[in-house]
Design a protein around this ligand. Sequence first.
Ligand SMILES: Nc1nc2c(ncn2[C@@H]2O[C@H](COP(=O)(O)OP(=O)(O)OP(=O)(O)O)[C@@H](O)[C@H]2O)c(=O)[nH]1
Ligand SMILES: [Zn+2]
Length: 358
Amino acid sequence: MLENQVSTGGVFLDAQPTRAVEWETVCAALQSREAVLLHLDYLKQTRQFALLSYSSATEETLLALSGIVGDGAKIYTTDGSLLPNEPSGGLTLGKVSQADFAQEPHYIEASLQLALWADLPPLVVIAELEEADLQAVRAAGLGLSDATSLSVKDILHRKMSEVSIRDISARVTVPTRWGPYDMIAFTDSFGVSHSAVVYGDISGDEPVLLRVHSECFTGDIFGSGRCDCGEQLDFGMRAIREAGRGVVLYLRQEGRGIGLVNKLNAYMLQDAGYDTVEANHHLGFPGDARDYTFTIQMMRHLGIRQIRLLTNNPRKWNGLGEYGIDVVERVPVHIEPGQHNDHYLQTKNDKLGHLLRP
Ligand SMILES: Nc1nc2c(ncn2[C@@H]2O[C@H](COP(=O)(O)OP(=O)(O)OP(=O)(O)O)[C@@H](O)[C@H]2O)c(=O)[nH]1
Ligand SMILES: [Zn+2]
């Protein structure tokens, strides 16, 4: 059924729960054409968005599509940042703010993931399409005569099944500078060990105060003033102690997922005038290459279902519900700008969607 539909048409993405998906077929279909339109009813049920993965060879297709969807189209790269203006000779595809992106990461993430599995460039076009537009797209010969459904949930669940817990340590108490916290280490299927730092009794129905903290060797250990990571960790540890119970999930994704060598190289570029995001792009990375999938496995293991999440980063709380984790509250992390990190914080606010400044 799915095979037939995919072989003759586009792959459509919708928010409906679905049946088993034949992934190989879907990926083969994606690979076989230059462009695939993904369609979904986003959570705001009244609006429909289309997402298109395209390769550099599809300028014509992109032009055709943009001609149809006009200024409503948005192009994102993996990290949600906008593709530079006019990607294909004079073509303008509309603008979207990071704040918009922050509202929509889970289906952007899903479409990008699909592109990744299919070995397509991690680029998507997002546009709001009416039925008439869809017909026009089909008429333009973009291979969309038929459709099959894929849900965002399908994709995210599949993604999660790719990472699993390989090993778990004993739970031991460590007398930290913030007091006695229990530590449990989790090795993921790639061999990387992350940890849960637990304070108090986190069993029961009461939502757990939780911080997902990404490793920052420079900030967490040496107190670097170039970022605010060390202070955020301190804020989280204190808040959890004051609440009497809570968890820090400490993830080994240094430098927003690009590693220490690349982060220090990015610092060198920042010294030459690039901001955090531009420096990452210059090195060939997305502005934020982190993946939070493994935190779900850790939370499940710890029996956590409801959380009060300590963060200013919308990418961290959107989409968790898809995995059965209920974010009942976002608890802001207040950090005073320092001598060296004002520009860093401003970039977080302006380009990465963090809710820091009015
Ligand atoms: N690539 C890169 N990574 C950085 C830089 N400064 C800090 N980091 C990394 O950023 C990560 C922390 O992410 P932040 O963006 O500060 O905070 P967040 O976790 O997204 O959001 P909050 O939950 O609000 O703290 C750590 O992995 C740091 O190593 C930088 O200039 N470049
Ligand atoms: Zn840092």
